[in-house]
Design a binder for this molecule. Structure first.
Ligand code: MG
Length: 316
């Protein structure tokens, strides 16, 4: 439950869709809510499970709705994927410096000897692989399904996108997009089969759109999981890896999560030892929340209710 004391030592992670806005409309009380956070000295990040749009694009969307949002206020699971790849790359480099080639890389080498040979013009298996790897200068090789801006940002982060079919990627990352093809899924599967780490930016099955819901990133991953037999590593809510990212941002300060979904936002809070504040302006209803056998979060009708709570508990 949310306990406010020592108000300067508390931070908020605030969901977007169903919490701050719905469709292209800012929800009532969203603006005063951020005023309340600032008034009470509460730092915050806006956090969405969707990796399709970048923080800069989302900030522009929010400004278009009338909220004064900055790029640096926003975290997407695309940011977490980039950070994960960077971090894992750094530890892999350290490990490689202290030992011979790891077994994972060894097996990837075996699996791709033939295709690496092709890529290097048929000049001998392992040597060809090494030559091909050398061309990317030790950067992580990432095969990504996702929006163009998502892929651009991975590339800007000193990782190389696996466009050469002769190389097996270190990571096969799935972000949300709506224009991937069967060919893209097949290539992702080859990389996963070859030893690439299978990463999901979230495992949400659906996302509200148009007259109902449409398949989300979790559904795309399910296709690959079924075909490859490999389970993805989830970097989105409710994972502990997402919590790890925010511990990096907020340090040891206490954190509360505001969101409209129990299965992602509130479970994310619970899994990471954060307080949870459910708002009933999106997916979850009061009935959903109250019918749980055990509930670890507070319920607020909307952001006004939460703002009032913050004001009441921060007085004095
Ligand atoms: Mg939401």
């Amino acid at each position: 439950m949310l306990i406010l004391s020592g108000k300067n030592a508390i931070n908020a992670i605030v969901d977007l869709d169903g919490t701050i806005y719905r469709g292209d409309r800012l929800l009532d009380y969203a603006k005063p809510f951020f005023g309340a956070l600032e008034q009470n000295g509460i730092g915050y990040k806006l956090f969405t499970n969707c990796s399709r749009r970048t923080p800069a694009e989302l900030a522009a969307d929010l400004r278009g709705m009338g909220l004064d949002a900055r790029e640096s206020d926003i975290v997407t699971t695309g940011c977490i994927a980039r950070s994960y790849i960077r971090g894992a790359g750094e530890s892999a480099m350290k490990a490689a410096a202290g030992s011979a080639m790891g077994t994972a890389r060894g097996s990837a080498m075996e699996a791709t000897a033939e295709s690496a040979m092709e890529a290097a013009g048929g000049a001998g298996g392992a040597a060809a692989w090494e030559t091909a790897r050398a061309k990317i200068g030790g950067r992580a090789l990432v095969y990504a399904i996702g929006s163009d801006s998502f892929k651009r940002r991975i590339k800007a982060d000193n990782a190389e996108l696996a466009e050469n079919p002769g190389l097996v990627a270190d990571y096969a990352v799935v972000g949300f997009c709506t224009d991937f093809t069967y060919g893209d899924l097949s290539r992702a599967m080859w990389h996963i089969d070859g030893g690439a780490r299978f990463i999901a930016t979230n495992l949400d099955e659906t996302i509200p759109f148009g007259r109902g819901a449409v398949p989300h990133t979790g559904a795309i991953c399910a296709f690959l999981e079924r075909a490859s037999g490999q389970k993805p590593i989830n970097l989105g809510k409710p994972s502990r890896l997402a919590g790890e990212y925010f511990r990096g941002v907020f340090g040891q300060k206490r954190v509360f999560v505001v969101g409209d979904r129990i299965d992602t936002d509130m479970l994310f809070a619970e899994n990471n030892g954060f307080a949870g504040c459910l708002v009933l302006t999106g997916i979850a209803t009061r009935r959903d929340a109250e019918s749980l056998e055990r509930r670890s979060f507070d319920i607020f009708a909307d952001l006004r209710g939460l703002s009032e709570f913050l004001a009441r508990h921060s007085e004095g």
